[in-house]
Design a protein around this ligand. Sequence first.
Ligand SMILES: Nc1ncnc2c1ncn2[C@@H]1O[C@H](COP(=O)(O)OP(=O)(O)OP(=O)(O)O)[C@@H](O)[C@H]1O
Ligand SMILES: [Mg+2]
Length: 317
Amino acid sequence: MGVEIQIEGLTKSFGKQLIWGDVTLTVPAGEICVMLGPSGTGKSVLLKTLIGLLKPDRGSVVIEGTDIATCSERELYEIRKLFGVLFQDGAMFGSMNLYDNVAFPLREHTKKSESEVRDIVMEKMELVGLVGAEDKLPGEISGGMRKRAGLARALVLDPEIVLFDEPDSGLDPVRTAFLNQLIVDLNAQIDATFLIVTHDINTARTVPDNIGLLYHRHLAMFGPREMLLSSEEPVVRQFLNAQRVGPIGMSEEKDADELAAEKDQELPPLPPIPLQLEPTNGQPRRSQRPPGDWCRANGVTPPPGSFEPAMSMTPGA
Ligand SMILES: Nc1ncnc2c1ncn2[C@@H]1O[C@H](COP(=O)(O)OP(=O)(O)OP(=O)(O)O)[C@@H](O)[C@H]1O
Ligand SMILES: [Mg+2]
């Protein structure tokens, strides 16, 4: 069913360097969240903190009543079983074929027989469209296939939470569109909680139920997709619309002179909010809400042209 992650007052530094402070948000059960932020704002550090690979300085990460930040090693070991993680590069073992790579967590963490392992591996390979490629080595396949193999491996233990660190980095736009569709379909099918770190604005605009933005050592905003896509808050607006005008500069922050020079520049209007990507496997998503629902409920007028079918980006459409 997917489980909720309650993050409260989370603060992390390395030595004197504060990465982010006082991060508070709830990742809702079964929903898809995207976390954005300029390079180096600590998105990967956040994912690692959520699975207990890094210890926060302060704050809590509560999953099914257990606080990852303070629990024992033994409890952490149990909680980790709830997670599937897709690392940025797929993190495949180069000398093992895809079959053995995907089977690895099952052989490592369960006592399943080889025939049970085979059933699960083949089911997940089919889910990500890799049947027939079992014997290939990671070095022999494309980046997109490696990502899908990484995804298959992240799914073999039937996770309740799947973390994705830049699943779309290094992929061409067409493969990114297919991967995004796969993520939405998977979410509908396995109903787990998904948290995706990405730099891809189109992914952020069309895939998730909720969006968060890490900026300047804190969580600048977190909330429903429509809330962020209609937000006038300068940092959110700049980032989600990939604009140069705004507080974010090449080296993270612009200085006072640069900002003053921009003062009179008119901001381009907010682009229309696209429709959310819907599953193509005939299974509705539990968290799917009607387009414009959040805007209506909150008295926000979406930018003109929002939620028109032409704006949706569906592979093959
Ligand atoms: N184990 C570590 N020890 C010390 N500093 C670290 C460690 N891991 C990360 N950092 C620092 O934390 C900061 C955030 O790193 P992180 O990798 O989380 O950024 P990011 O937001 O994922 O960036 P990108 O978008 O480029 O992947 C960086 O300044 C990095 O140097
Ligand atoms: Mg990163």
